[in-house]
Design a protein around this ligand. Structure first.
Ligand SMILES: [Zn+2]
Length: 310
């Protein structure tokens, strides 16, 4: 029983309008295969196909303003409506109030407590840990949760040895921005295959992709299209190498952004939940998903042995 949580920051389900939404009308063969020739827009949800289901889930949670990353991710990781609790959406990185929720308990702690092996597949450079240690950098919500659970982060050695995934999937960013001129660069398809392989070694694997939110803030159609082509190839490598009868993949987000390039801000659109796996598993998982708070309990139910469900 494997579960891969592929987290894509800042992707909502937008209108089917190619003038503002890069998902509308883009040629993305894998996503279109999963959604039986539909685009990843609001018009396509809900959908149940042979390999995948798509739901639209609410990220606003009845709180004024636009959803933000720290609170959105913390909701996903705890199942608690943190924006309602503190009275506002907050981001990009957790303030002390949001951090407190994550430190008290989160998805990684809970699954580890149930005896499941969990891990974050992202690789971080030594400079990242250095900056955290000397206070120049704050953890974002996902690594904060991982750290609170006492899990070990993957590093540059893991990436070189094929035991981790680069934030940009291919490793090119390590060459261009981090000074690793000899970092192996892999194709997006290979990165997807590696996501599958590393997930199979764990019960619950998580990967965080944030470039989608970055591109959304920059309102750059060319970058957005390139990113979607990469993402589509990653998903292709992933599903080609995934054991569909044994495990589930959840691809979801914390808030909208990249699906509406008419604004550089986040959006109030629902976010997609793409669930990939065997039909019964998939539908059982999907049935309870309506907003971001529902993800955590759905994952707990997936891992709890049937006789222990109360
Ligand atoms: Zn953002």
């Amino acid at each position: 029983m494997n579960f891969l949580f592929l987290f894509i920051d800042g992707v909502g389900l937008g209108e089917n309008d190619p003038s503002t939404n890069p998902f509308a009308g883009a040629t993305l063969p894998t996503i279109q295969k999963l959604l039986r020739n539909h685009d990843l827009t609001i018009e396509s949800a809900p959908f149940v196909g042979e390999i995948a289901s798509l739901l639209a889930i609410d990220a606003n949670l009845n709180v004024d303003g636009l959803p933000q990353s720290a609170t959105g991710q913390a909701v996903i990781l705890t199942g608690k409506n943190i924006p309602a609790n503190i009275g506002y959406h907050y981001g990009p990185k957790p303030n002390p109030e949001v951090a407190e929720f994550l430190k008290k308990g989160n998805m990684f702690c809970a699954l580890e407590g149930m005896g499941s092996q969990t891990g974050l597949l992202n690789a971080y450079p030594p400079a990242y840990f250095e900056a955290i240690k000397n206070g120049r950098r704050l953890y974002s919500a996902i690594p904060l949760a991982v750290n609170s659970a006492g899990l070990v982060f993957k590093n540059d050695f893991d990436l070189i040895n094929g035991q981790a995934i680069s934030a940009d999937f291919t490793g090119q960013g390590w060459r261009e921005h981090l000074g690793y001129s000899d970092m192996p660069v892999i194709s997006p398809y290979e990165a997807g295959k590696r996501l599958a392989q590393l997930s199979i070694e764990l019960d619950f694997a998580f990967f965080e992709y944030w470039l989608s939110d970055y591109v959304g803030h920059h309102q750059d159609f060319t970058q957005a299209n390139q990113l979607l082509i990469t993402l589509d190839q990653v998903i292709n490598g992933l599903i080609d190498n995934w054991n569909h009868s044994e495990g589930l993949i959840l691809i979801t987000s914390d808030h909208g952004n990249m699906e509406d390039l008419s604004t550089r801000r986040h959006t109030n659109n629902p976010v997609p939940a793409i669930i990939i796996g065997e039909l019964n598993n998939r539908q059982q998982f999907a049935d309870s998903l309506h907003d971001l708070t529902d993800i955590y309990p759905a994952i707990m139910r997936y891992f709890r042995p049937a006789h222990a469900v109360k």
